[in-house]
Design a protein around this ligand. Structure first.
Ligand SMILES: NC(=O)c1ccc[n+]([C@@H]2O[C@H](COP(=O)([O-])OP(=O)(O)OC[C@H]3O[C@@H](n4cnc5c(N)ncnc54)[C@H](O)[C@@H]3O)[C@@H](O)[C@H]2O)c1
Length: 408
């Protein structure tokens, strides 16, 4: 765990001086206030060199009332790796609404759709290529990295060697870049970092962690290495252990909690779902917008917090409980479960994870609080997917009538 010392204060102070010098040249006469930043941290947290508004307090300009250091504060420049995944595109959108499109560089190992590229900078980046990443950091004058590139649990279990490379070498690269270039690094962990011997109910931040999946092993490695760099080199490493994330607009990337997204699509489109987990498998879950909000609040927090890694949680439910909630809107919805004699490979992964998390430290230290409980989340997921299905039908009808008109 991180302990306070003067070293981080001195390092952060020097970063602040460099940034103030740069921005003072650009706009020497403006005077402003930093909001929500305790006076004691204004000059010693490296965050205070930038505007760090929560989404609700974002404003296009801010300056610092320093007396001797009048200056316009510029927005941080953020690189998001793995930005085309389930979580990345929403986070990029949110950060761009706070800091401006040009200040948020999206990247991935896949090519982005044209409409995504039209909204702001997008670069191809393989996180296993340190030199390529460093070129981006230097060229775009990056201040913060949000590292989302990873192979998720089910995909990783099918290709452990690739998971070791992407999840561990990729993380080591961004961590080293954070050290060399004085960057803040946010890299999420997961409930998969716990293991079968971890207490299952209200699992605390610090507990027994002996994961037995390759995903969990790589993520626990990253947590420990991030803490080591924070302690030894004062790297501002931040992480939260995400539960399963539900979203209607972006498909999940191959995790064990994917059933909780797939079930909605099947319920709306087919009225039935073949679940790959047992009916009583309880896992922690969260709606995407809560995950993005919690991530942003954690990322922009002006101080290095007492812990590098926090649990965050919203709800916990079983497939059967989720199916019952869906039936309130779709009474004819049916669900089936695997033959107990032939469980899906993801059952063993789920069985090794906590059923619920204690996230009281995140609530205390950066004000984490979810907006979506089970009822609200289910209603919104069904509404959004129904809207998608209706739109698809309209397009099919338009295409059908166009084809009929052309053949007539
Ligand atoms: N989605 C969840 O339910 C969940 C839960 C817990 C933790 N997390 C964590 O959140 C982060 C984002 O997850 P996600 O759901 O968006 O994942 P995802 O699988 O949907 O997206 C990951 C992205 O990483 C990219 N990628 C893969 N290999 C790469 C490489 N070599 N270089 C660069 N990019 C590469 C992929 O193209 C993909 O776009 C991950 O660290 C994941 O472990 C997610």
């Amino acid at each position: 765990m991180y302990k306070h010392s003067t070293a981080p204060i001195m390092a952060a102070s020097s970063i602040l001086r460099r940034s103030v010098f740069r921005t003072a040249l650009a706009a020497p006469s403006t005077t402003v206030r930093l909001r929500n930043i305790p006076a004691a941290t204004r000059f010693f947290s490296n965050t205070s060199a930038f505007m760090s508004p929560s989404p609700s307090s974002a404003s296009p300009q801010a300056t610092i009332a320093t007396g001797s250091l009048p200056s316009t504060i510029r927005h941080p420049r953020v690189l998001v790796t793995g930005s085309l995944g389930q979580l990345g595109s929403g986070l990029v959108k949110e950060l761009r609404s706070m800091y401006g499109n040009e200040n948020v560089v999206a990247s991935d190992i896949r090519n982005a759709p044209e409409d995504f590229k039209a909204n702001g900078p997008f670069v191809f980046a393989d996180v296993m290529d340190y030199a390529q990443l460093e070129g981006i950091v230097v060229d775009y004058k990056i201040d913060w990295i949000v590292h989302y590139s990873a192979l998720l649990s089910a995909v990783a279990e099918k290709n452990p060697a690739l998971a070791l490379s992407v999840n561990m070498t990729g993380f080591q690269n961004v961590l080293e870049l954070a050290k060399v270039h004085g960057l803040r690094l946010y890299s999420p962990s997961t409930i998969g970092a716990f293991g079968p011997s971890t207490p299952k109910i209200d699992t605390p931040d610090v507990t027994i962690m002996r994961p037995n999946t390759i995903y969990g092993i790589t993520k626990l490695h990253n947590e420990l290495l991030g803490e080591y760099y924070r302690e030894k080199y004062n790297v501002d490493f931040r992480s939260a252990r995400y539960p399963g994330i539900l979203s209607a607009d972006t498909p999940p990337g191959g995790g064990t909690t994917d059933y909780a997204v797939d079930i909605f699509h099947h319920a709306v489109r087919h009225g039935h779902y073949d679940c790959f987990l047992k009916k009583d498998t309880r896992l922690p879950m969260m709606y995407l917008s809560d995950c993005i909000k919690g991530t942003v609040d954690h990322l922009v927090h002006p101080e290095m917090l007492p812990q590098a890694v926090y649990n965050i949680a919203a709800v916990s439910f079983t497939p059967e409980e989720l199916a019952s909630e869906i039936r309130k809107y779709l009474p004819h919805f049916t669900i089936s479960y695997p033959d107990p004699a032939h469980p899906d490979f993801r059952q063993a992964i789920a069985d090794s994870w906590p059923a619920s998390l204690d996230d009281s430290m995140a609530r205390r230290d950066f004000g984490w609080k979810e907006e979506f409980g089970m009822e609200k989340m289910v209603k919104l997921m069904l509404d959004k997917i129904q809207a998608q299905v209706d739109a698809e039908k309209r397009i099919a009808m338009t295409n059908g009538s166009t084809a009929a008109a052309m053949s007539a």
